[in-house]
Design a protein around this ligand. Structure first.
Ligand SMILES: [Zn+2]
Length: 175
């Protein structure tokens, strides 16, 4: 099967783009090895906090660009974000529960790059990078109430005794 995302390569500059956004295509082990090296240097708690803010910011920017370019409504944009992540090989995300009025939801993830690549971390939850992705996208959906107000946690992981990962998210709920 061919990729489901449109990929445009500029024949002069060599830049890859999807939906007008410059992209980088790289080996999964490269990304995860870098991730694990920074985690080892900073400690997981410090690194996780940095990642959460940075990835949430990027998710919000991505969603805002989609609204501008594709004129999707906020919920469609939120769902499109996880569709695109899935189509780009991060893992297979499913928005299983989305209660906008209650400001909470649940997202499943199969074949996460971290569970497939981080083989030395058996028995640990390893996909915390995605907590910021989800916080940012949900913050966007709620009208940018501030990604820091969104709590998101990987409540179980495919590296534990599960066949997939599960993320729960809500506004203002203590972790
Ligand atoms: Zn996981």
């Amino acid at each position: 099967m061919q990729p489901a995302v449109p990929i445009d390569v500029d024949d002069t500059s060599g830049i890859w783009r999807t939906d007008g956004l410059p992209m980088v295509y790289l080996p999964r082990h490269f990304l995860v090895n870098n991730h694990l090296a920074v985690e080892a240097a900073l400690g997981r708690a410090a690194y996780s906090a940095i990642l959460r803010a940075a990835t949430a910011k990027s998710a919000i920017e991505w969603c805002e660009a989609q609204v501008r370019d594709k004129r999707l409504d906020p919920e469609a944009t939120f769902r499109h974000y996880f569709q695109r992540l899935s189509q780009r090989g991060w893992g297979q995300f499913s928005v299983d529960e989305l209660d906008i009025a209650g400001r909470r939801g649940s997202i499943g993830l199969r074949n996460s790059i971290f569970t497939l690549e981080a083989r030395q971390q058996q028995g640990q939850r390893v996909c915390y990078m995605f907590e910021g992705f989800i916080s940012g996208a949900f913050s966007f959906l709620l009208g940018n109430s501030g990604a820091s107000a969104i709590e998101c946690e990987e409540v179980y992981c495919g590296r534990e005794a599960h066949d997939h990962c599960r993320f729960k998210f809500a506004i203002g709920v203590s972790r």
